[in-house]
Design a protein around this ligand. Structure first.
Ligand code: 13P
Length: 264
């Protein structure tokens, strides 16, 4: 089964609108030189305030048909209502999003998001016709205590609970070991592949083998141009969720270029 790779940039809480637009244009001017089948699926997740800014330069002028998809970094599971500070799936869609990142470890850690909330968000995103990028990952303490697989499996079972096999197949998971995020310490590629294979086996258990074969599972955590080739050469790693290295066009474009050397 061949799965189209995804290279996604998570800009986190960085860049003003003008900076976001400039960076997005820098990525667009790189991808426009490639024919679509060669390229991985490229997804950019700016802050909420820049969603419309980047969506307006998304595809419609001179990108050679190479759409760059836009993602929100979070959403609420209700359609509307008294939820100060939140945005709904319909609002993200209205701002040009095709994907929404949910369950990032920073949201779990700093904003107390639970597995149950992440499951509600995943269902709302799929019901709204968008694709969730569901993050999971262990702390260093959990890894050292030998609890990595158990912890990740339970995050995935909870996130996918009650979602149809067809919807699971369309979804994206990002395995991001917390100790590798923003630290420069990339998880060993073979180990990341082992955990991702384990995640795929959990997907098979909850949603069947078609979903397990189709779902794209990314690695995230200090991905750089120099690490992506080895990561993409692994059997089960379908792409990357990139933080720091997505904040400069040169390094993000090099990650896309190096992905194309290996995988598409
Ligand atoms: P870094 O690539 O900066 O480690 O961030 C990874 C991440 O959290 C992407 O969501």
């Amino acid at each position: 089964m061949s799965r189209k790779p995804i290279i996604a940039g998570n800009w986190k809480m960085n860049l003003l609108r003008s900076e976001a637009k400039e960076l997005f244009e820098g990525i667009k001017s790189f991808v426009k030189d490639y024919t679509a089948p060669q390229l991985p699926t490229v997804v950019i997740a700016p802050t909420f305030t820049s969603l419309c800014e980047v969506s307006s330069v998304k595809c419609d002028c001179g990108c050679g048909g190479n759409k760059i998809y836009v993602a929100a970094q979070n959403c609420h599971w209700e359609n509307s209502g008294a939820y100060t500070g939140e945005i709904s799936v319909a609002m993200a869609k209205d701002a040009g999003c095709d994907y929404i990142i949910i369950g990032h470890s920073e949201r779990r850690q700093y904003f107390s998001e639970t597995d149950e909330m992440i499951n509600k968000k995943a269902k709302a995103i799929l019901a709204g016709g968008l694709i969730p990028i569901i993050c999971c990952g262990e702390t260093l303490g959990q890894r050292e205590a030998g609890m990595t697989d158990e912890h990740i499996a339970s995050q995935i079972r909870a996130a996918l609970s009650g979602i149809s096999s067809e919807d699971v197949a369309k979804s994206v998971i990002a395995y991001e070991p917390i100790w590798a995020i923003g630290t420069g310490k990339t998880c060993d590629s073979a180990e990341a592949n082992r955990v991702i294979k384990m995640i795929r086996s959990v997907v098979e258990e909850v949603a069947g083998s078609n979903a397990a074969d189709s779902i794209r599972i990314l690695y995230g955590g200090s991905v750089k141009p120099s690490t992506i080739e080895e990561q993409m050469a692994q059997s089960d790693i379908d792409g990357a969720l990139v933080g720091g290295a997505s904040l400069k066009a040169d390094s993000f474009n090099e990650i896309i270029a190096n992905t194309m050397k290996v995988a598409v």
